[in-house]
Design a protein around this ligand. Structure first.
Ligand SMILES: *[C@@H]1O[C@H](CO)[C@@H](O)[C@H](O)[C@H]1NC(C)=O
Ligand SMILES: *[C@@H]1O[C@H](CO)[C@@H](O)[C@H](O)[C@H]1NC(C)=O
Ligand SMILES: *[C@@H]1O[C@H](CO)[C@@H](O)[C@H](O)[C@H]1NC(C)=O
Length: 490
């Protein structure tokens, strides 16, 4: 492959943006296609962008228990996040509509909490893993008196007890990762898009010109794509990075990747509420809660953002939406409040979905009533709900590799709900895979095209429409009935 040979990336979420940016930096000529009109919607879910990357915030952390390959990938990413913030602050790189006051990363810390009475072994492994890598006192356990003193001396006490449990007579149990915090996801995508454009990447957006209709072949070699407007685009390499839609577009991923939904509620805190400061990023960390407690746990959340949105998500059950495709097989297919609009193309089937899993709502509310009762006391309304579609693999490792049997085709997908934080750097790794550079690295090996074989999966995939996580088999609540008070503020 010559650097002048055209490369096509399909998808402008984090995998696609990052890949395009790093390809351009290495001198390749790149065009990115996405059906979402991101220049208009600006990666806002509230304005129709329903890719997982299009969001108000995402978790950033570096602790990964014993998984040091992701830990060092995070350390690399966090350094780059700081650089991006500096680029913004200095005025060197400012995307349209943003200012030098905007940030793409907020270092408000990421605390992992649970209802265990002692610190669980996994958390201890996070502390040990980071210390082994020389990052002392970056992981602070709420159960360790010395760590609490360190936190106090750095002004971090409120982050160590986000639900003010000590004042309510219970003990917070968790670890604050002080290297972490959150990405301001939509702004970070706009920033990466702008940088990629500056580096020479061409973007084609929109439901016709930007939407993949089919791959083009010469024998078994992929020679480019056809978009829905009928145009043919030639490429020496085509990289599919279509998030939750990738397994539907590339059936070869059956059994390796599947779209599953997280259930998200957005509450809206008024500026004059006492909760504005209390839940603001100057006091309140990004949190995960009872991540290892099965269906009754799997909660995460963020400080309120500058518009007052306070987001809490649930992944205790990873819902699926199996739909029968033209080859007769069922594949989980993202359905969001925006998806009916694209039924015409027949390629991406899906119903409009504004209802919300009752179980998710109940787990979130049980948690909020116990740990943040102030929300109910202050009558904070639910502004909207969202099903956020991730691409799970059976082992939670990404998939970054050539597609077997199809020359000229790669995938960069399978984020499994933990890829966003790598927006600044994952593309560098994708290009290394494309160029066969140091592919013996542990992470790259973990991301290879693979089959489950007789291993035990972390995520059970493809349970189909009979599966108990299928949206058709679970109780859904009408969105209007879970807003409290009933009026929408959107
Ligand atoms: C940070 O966030 C992740 C989820 O992305 C969570 O699993 C982890 O336990 C959190 N906390 C720490 C201390 O890393
Ligand atoms: C298809 O591939 C063959 C063999 O590599 C080549 O000779 C031929 O020119 C290609 N056809 C087109 C239309 O590119
Ligand atoms: C990388 O390796 C693959 C598979 O072994 C090969 O097909 C490809 O041509 C190589 N690419 C480069 C740039 O070396």
């Amino acid at each position: 492959m010559e650097k002048s040979d055209p490369i096509i990336v399909v998808g402008a979420g984090i995998f696609g943006l990052s890949t395009a940016l790093h390809l351009a930096r290495r001198g390749y000529s790149v065009t990115v296609f996405d059906r979402q009109p991101y220049d208009e919607s600006k990666y806002s879910y509230l304005h129709g962008a329903d890719a997982a990357s299009a969001d108000i915030n995402k978790i950033i952390r570096s602790a990964y228990g014993g998984q040091t390959e992701y830990q060092s990938l995070s350390t690399e990413a966090i350094a780059a996040w700081h650089e991006w913030n500096e680029e913004l602050a200095s005025g060197k790189t400012i995307p349209p509509g943003m200012t030098s006051k905007d940030r793409v990363f907020v270092a408000n810390g990421n605390i992992s909490m649970s209802e265990d009475s002692e610190l669980p072994p996994w958390e201890q492994a996070c502390i040990d893993g980071m210390e082994k890598a020389g990052h002392y006192d970056t992981q602070l356990a709420t159960t360790n008196p010395r760590h609490c003193e360190v936190a106090a001396s750095r002004g971090l006490s409120s982050y160590m007890d986000p639900f003010q449990q000590r004042s309510r007579g219970t003990k917070p149990v968790g670890v604050l990762d002080t290297t972490g915090g959150m990405a301001i996801a939509d702004k970070a995508c706009r920033f990466a898009l702008h940088k990629a454009r500056e580096a020479g990447v061409k973007f084609v957006f929109g439901p016709q010109a930007g939407c993949l209709q089919s791959l083009r072949f010469n024998g078994s070699k992929v020679t480019g794509v056809q978009t829905r407007d009928g145009k043919l685009h030639q490429a020496a390499m085509t990289i599919l990075a279509c998030g939750g839609w990738t397994p539907v577009l590339l059936p070869e991923l059956d059994g390796l990747c599947e779209a599953t939904a997280g259930s998200v509620i957005l509450m809206k805190i008024p500026t004059n509420s006492p909760l504005w400061d209390r839940l603001g990023p100057q006091q309140f960390p990004t949190f995960t809660f009872n991540m290892r407690a099965g269906r009754k746990g799997g909660l995460y959340g963020f400080p309120r953002n500058e518009d007052g949105y306070f987001k809490v998500g649930y992944r205790g059950t990873k819902y699926t939406n199996p739909v029968r495709h033209s080859d007769g097989k069922e594949r989980s297919t993202p359905a969001t409040r925006w998806s009916a609009a694209e039924r015409d193309g027949a390629q991406l089937v899906g119903e409009r979905l504004t209802d919300f899993p009752r179980e998710a709502y109940q787990v979130i509310h049980t948690f909020l009533d116990k740990y943040l009762p102030e929300l109910r006391e202050e009558n904070i309304p639910i502004a909207t709900t969202r099903m956020c579609w991730y691409t799970d693999t059976f082992d939670n490792h990404f998939v970054v590799d050539r597609v077997p049997g199809k020359q000229g085709l790669m995938v960069a997908t399978g984020g499994s709900g933990h890829a966003f934080k790598y927006l600044p750097n994952i593309g560098n790794w994708v290009v290394d895979v494309m160029e066969n550079i140091s592919i013996d690295r542990e992470a790259i090996q973990a991301w290879r095209w693979r089959a489950l074989g007789n291993k035990k999966p972390i995520n059970n995939l493809m349970e189909g429409s009979q599966g108990e996580r299928a949206l058709g088999n679970i109780a859904l609540s009408k969105e209007s009935t879970i807003k409290q008070p009933a009026k929408a503020v959107l």
